[in-house]
Ligand binder design. Structure first.
Ligand code: FES
Ligand code: FES
Length: 174
């Protein structure tokens, strides 16, 4: 007989509300992968070292192996599955593709979400700032230079797109 009392949680995952009953000991990473089937979030060490399980909770990156699913009750969670707009990849995803920012891809979803948080608060980061932002994400294939190139390219693309949409908005007002 199952004696563990489950708790109801309500979490917005990639913009969609999810209401589920979970065991209080269930880690957020297991909730995402095993309950919701969002397997783009990877499990490497389960001891908060590798960053493969990085997701965003309320716009802050979190290693989802260090957080219980019940602690995400009421939160907004973004996983790698929520970054693209339909068939259109996010500029960071495009840049990883362009710059060969991945080899086996195991670290990639976590790297991309760490880069995403960086670019939300700093649209033009230096190489040192990028290295600092991803210092909690380990790449076992050690392709760090290509990853940094990818984040720099994504920053440039995002700046250019922002400029274009501002110009369009100004010309619409004229
Ligand atoms: Fe979470 Fe490694 S699996 S930090
Ligand atoms: Fe293989 Fe980073 S691409 S672990």
């Amino acid at each position: 007989m199952d004696t563990v009392q489950k708790k109801n949680i309500s979490v917005r995952i990639n913009g969609a509300k999810q209401v589920q009953q979970v065991e209080p000991r269930l880690l957020l990473v297991h909730f995402l992968r095993d309950v919701l089937g969002l397997t783009g979030t990877h499990i490497g060490c389960e001891t908060s070292i590798c960053g493969a399980c990085t997701v965003m909770v309320n716009n802050t990156t979190v290693k989802s192996c260090t957080m219980l699913a019940v602690q995400a009750d009421g939160a907004d969670v973004l996983t790698i599955e929520g970054l693209a707009q339909g068939e259109t990849l996010h500029p960071i995803q495009e840049a990883f593709w362009e710059c060969h920012g991945l080899q086996c891809g195991f670290c990639t979803s976590g790297m991309i979400l760490s880069a995403h948080q960086l670019l939300l608060r700093n649209s033009n980061p230096s190489e040192d700032e990028i290295r600092h932002a991803i210092d909690g994400n380990l790449c076992r294939c050690t392709g760090y230079q290509h990853i940094i190139d990818a984040v720099q390219l994504a920053a440039k693309t995002m700046q250019a797109r922002r400029r274009t949409s501002k110009q369009k908005a100004v010309s619409r007002k004229r």
